[in-house]
Design a protein. Structure first.
Length: 311
């Protein structure tokens, strides 16, 4: 199948077969996101999905784990999603783990009976863009949920056996709010108990609505140092012995990543972050914009050029 747009899936799904069932994102309104902004949302026909499954089967593929793309496949109508799941089991009866992205609104729109049926048909983990534990930040960033709605939706899927992975963004609360956001987000995560937390530390896209807010001085971006300080406080608070959480933090602008299981690896991870804070102090007010594709097009906010040079 020819893939449309950017490949976007959680890092823990890198060994899964990615089966596109939609193009783009059905919501696509978050102020900071440009992953699917240029793609008109559409559901792929079942015939196209079946053709891809047949193609892989004919190549002697043996799929045991599948990730459904693109953005928020769980938001598809339940009956349509069940048809896709039935096709998967028709060609790959040994597939016992089907995961995908979800939105809080999409979860809340499904009944308990629908959630039970979908779990029975093989869906196991949902990845949810939580982003922040602060109510006003969720509202400003045009997320599709409140904190209370997120807690209710997560409790609902967990009652039916699903696990969930949380996506967050250090820096999303803006300049001067790193500690406040870390503490609110840690509180939310400790209450909802995700199996994994992935932090895509925020950098700023010139082609998204948030950039207009920056230009209009309605939003001040946090520096990369602030993002690291926020992550340090988050890791200080996240996870406990009775409910360990795997944490994976990405700072694309700094080419820095910290990961481990909390609380077991807490001290090691805190030392890594503190060392990065110390080494980065000379550029403590620096942050980056993106103009075009993500990593290759990171540009320094002061206009001095690209973050990484290409050969």
């Amino acid at each position: 199948m020819e893939y449309e747009g950017r490949i976007c899936r959680p890092p823990m799904e890198r060994s899964s077969f990615m089966l596109p069932v939609m193009a783009g994102c059905s919501y696509n309104k978050c102020k900071f996101c440009n992953l699917f902004r240029s793609i008109k949302y559409r559901e792929l026909p079942l015939s196209q999905i079946e053709e891809e499954l047949i193609r892989v089967k004919n190549l002697n593929g043996n799929l045991s784990k599948i990730f459904l793309g693109d953005g928020s496949a769980f938001d598809l109508k339940t009956e349509h999603l069940l048809k896709i799941l039935n096709l998967i089991h028709k060609y790959f009866p040994d597939c016992n783990c089907i995961n995908m992205d979800a939105t809080i609104t999409g979860i809340l729109q499904k009944t308990d009976a629908e959630l039970a049926r979908l779990y029975t048909h093989g869906i196991r983990t949902l990845y949810i863009g939580i982003e922040s534990g602060l109510e006003d930040v969720l509202l400003f960033m045009n997320k599709d949920h409140t904190r209370a709605e997120a807690e209710r939706a997560i409790s609902k899927i967990q009652e039916h056996g699903y696990s969930f992975g949380a996506h967050i963004m250090t820096g999303i609360a803006g300049k001067g709010r790193s500690i406040e956001n870390a503490e609110a987000t840690a509180d939310f995560l400790n209450r909802t108990k995700p199996i994994r937390v992935v932090n895509f530390s925020m950098f700023l896209h010139k082609e998204v609505p948030l950039y207009k807010d920056i230009r209009a001085e309605k939003y001040q971006a946090a520096s990369e140092t602030e993002n690291l300080i926020e992550e340090k406080r988050l890791i200080e608070l996240l996870g406990n012995e009775t409910c360990p959480i795997f944490y994976d933090g990405f700072h694309d602008y700094l080419e820095f990543r910290v990961r481990g299981t909390l609380p077991k690896d807490r001290e090691k991870m805190l030392k890594q972050i503190q060392a990065k804070i110390e080494s980065y102090k000379p550029m403590q007010n620096d942050y980056a914009f993106v103009n075009g594709e993500c990593t290759p097009s990171l540009e320094k906010s002061d206009g001095t050029g690209k973050v990484w040079k290409t050969a």
